[in-house]
Design a protein around this ligand. Structure first.
Ligand code: DAK
Length: 258
């Protein structure tokens, strides 16, 4: 189905694996196009409740494809930046949770791709960084905006100005990832998290995603007003009635995405 990705659905989880291991899964124009299509499939397939995004081999994604960028004109560069930013926004905005399983290098556009996921789980081998200044550019797929929101302004600037890589434990300490696990436990851990999330009311999960993603860009007061709006759909759902009734009847809830 794809040339640069593996895409598989199992037990309601879509596995999206960037599959260019020889180039450490660098984001070529083609990979970006395919990622956009794959996450549209995740969004639209009613059989899919969550996605796990990872990379084949020893990298998650080592960045935008430098060999494709080297000869780009300024205008073509802007187009590429727009394409990358669009893909990251798409992943962030789809209605289903996306878990990044960070198995190795997550550099430049790869770190930005990881940050577009809702939750990041790192293997002990993972390495993160924004080395764009080594190449005479700056992060162009949302990194200057998403990184400081995750790790704070100082650490974000530190990483983007020094181009230093951080290992998985440091990424955990600064809030760039949520958990660090042994390499063999990476996918099982992500599957467990996906299953846990999928056992909840999907309309509520979608509303959490929307409220957090939009609210974080607003001042707290406006954000709380936004949260009020986002409460509407879950509160009006049949699943809300089921969840509350199940609690009172001391039984597990059976959610139907209604
Ligand atoms: N692009 C293309 N090829 C890459 C690559 C990349 N980002 N990263 C690695 N490769 C390729 C290498 O060229 C090598 O290919 P062959 O020589 O075997 O053909 C192969 O993957 C294996 O890499 P190494 O031999 O270098 O492996 P090592 O273990 O020695 O080193 C490394 C691993 C990850 C430390 C190293 O490969 C590395 O430093 N890679 C580059 C990391 C990087 O700088 N990433 C940031 C890329 S820049 C914008 C648009 C986009 C962006 C910004 C702005 N605008 C238009 C405004 C985004 C920029 C980026 O992401």
């Amino acid at each position: 189905m794809f040339e640069n990705l593996k895409y598989e659905v199992k037990d309601h989880i879509a596995y999206v694996t960037v599959n260019r291991p020889k180039a450490l899964n660098a984001l070529s124009k083609e990979v970006l196009d395919e990622l956009y299509q794959a996450f549209t499939m995740v969004d639209q397939d009613p059989e899919v409740g969550a996605a796990i995004l990872t990379g084949e081999g020893r990298a998650f994604v080592a960045g935008a494809d430098i060999s494709q960028m080297v000869d780009l004109s300024g205008i073509a560069g802007q187009d590429m930046m727009k394409q990358g930013a669009l893909v990251m926004n798409h992943i962030e905005e789809i209605s289903k949770p996306v878990i990044g399983a960070i198995n190795g290098f997550a550099l430049g556009g790869g770190c930005e791709l990881a940050m577009a996921c809702d939750i990041r789980i790192a293997s002990v081998n993972a390495k993160f960084g924004q080395p764009e200044v080594n190449l005479g550019i700056i992060p162009g797929f949302g990194g200057t905006q998403r990184l400081p929101r995750l790790v704070g302004k100082g650490m974000g600037k530190y990483m983007m100005m020094t181009a230093e890589m951080v290992n998985a434990q440091e990424a955990l300490r600064i809030g760039l990832v949520e958990k660090v696990v042994e390499a063999d436990d990476l996918i099982p851990t992500c599957e467990k998290i996906a299953q846990t999330i999928m056992s909840k009311a999907p309309i509520a999960i979608k509303a959490v995603k929307t409220a957090v993603n939009n609210g974080i860009m607003l001042d707290v007061k406006t954000g709380i007003a936004f949260e009020g709006e986002a409460c509407g759909a879950p509160f009006c759902s049949e699943d809300r009635k089921e969840g509350m009734t199940a609690f009172l009847e001391k039984r597990p809830a059976k959610f139907e995405n209604k």
